[in-house]
Design a protein around this ligand. Structure first.
Ligand SMILES: C[S@@+](CC[C@H](N)C(=O)[O-])C[C@H]1O[C@@H](n2cnc3c(N)ncnc32)[C@H](O)[C@@H]1O
Length: 222
């Protein structure tokens, strides 16, 4: 049985901030962590909408790549804001991702496609470097950190802006994993925390953070 034919949970609906329609994302009961829409995706998606509406961010006609896209909410919102988006995730997430893209395609003003990208693997198919890399709730297990950071190093060009949103968790190994991620990240990247008052007024939370991340400039670039 194909993965997307598994039992479904209630779909997640999100009205567009500008009132132009509502995205409807199917979610599955079984499968990996990418089977449902996580809160960090809602926070990042709404941040994109708010920032574009305030002209602090321009996604129209920009090349956007999303890592660990799961059910696809963030990438779909970026595509609704006019970006040319490639959403990526593991093979097992592709059925649901593609299904959600098709059922929301009428709202897309840019373009969107789904591809397999396992962190740490070859990224040649995804180059040249995108203008934006988006990540929602992708920092959560230790074994993924090195491969994820390799993918960021391989994909990000000097002008690429990485927007990384994650939910801070206090249980188990999570604090350790988050700490290690930021240690490793700062070897090659500079980061800036997006203040909470720049997040969407409704979709924000003290424990969900957004970072804007850029590759460190080398001497010959400065
Ligand atoms: C917690 S979910 C977040 C999904 C989505 N971004 C959201 O916030 O709703 C983490 C996502 O990362 C993906 N993922 C985990 N390990 C991965 C890897 N090694 N390579 C690519 N994707 C991976 C999972 O399949 C899943 O979709």
């Amino acid at each position: 049985m194909a993965a997307a034919e598994g039992a479904f949970l209630a779909a997640r609906e999100l009205a567009r901030r500008d009132g132009s329609g509502a995205l409807r994302l199917a979610q599955r009961a079984a499968g990996g962590t990418g089977s449902v829409v996580w809160d960090a995706a809602l926070v990042l998606g709404r941040f994109l909408e708010r920032s574009c509406a305030r002209r602090r961010l321009r996604l129209a006609r920009r090349a956007v790549l999303e890592l660990g896209a799961g059910a696809g909410l963030v990438g779909l919102l970026a595509a609704c804001l006019g970006a040319n988006v490639t959403v990526t995730d593991l093979e097992e997430a592709q059925d649901l991702l593609r299904m959600n893209i098709e059922s929301n395609r009428h709202l897309v003003t840019g373009s969107i496609c789904a591809k397999v990208l396992k962190w740490g693997e070859d990224v040649t198919d995804f180059l040249p470097a995108p203008d934006y890399i988006l990540m929602a709730d992708c920092i959560y297990y230790e074994e993924s950190l090195e491969p994820l950071l390799k993918t960021l190093r391989d994909l990000a060009g000097p002008e690429t802006c990485i927007l990384c949103c994650y939910e801070e968790r206090t249980v188990g190994k999570n604090p350790e994993v988050e700490k290690r991620y930021f240690e490793l990240l700062q070897r090659d990247f500079e980061l800036e925390k997006v203040p909470l008052d720049e997040h969407d007024e409704e979709y924000r939370s003290e424990d969900i953070h957004i970072f804007s991340i850029r590759r460190k400039r080398t001497d010959c670039q400065s």
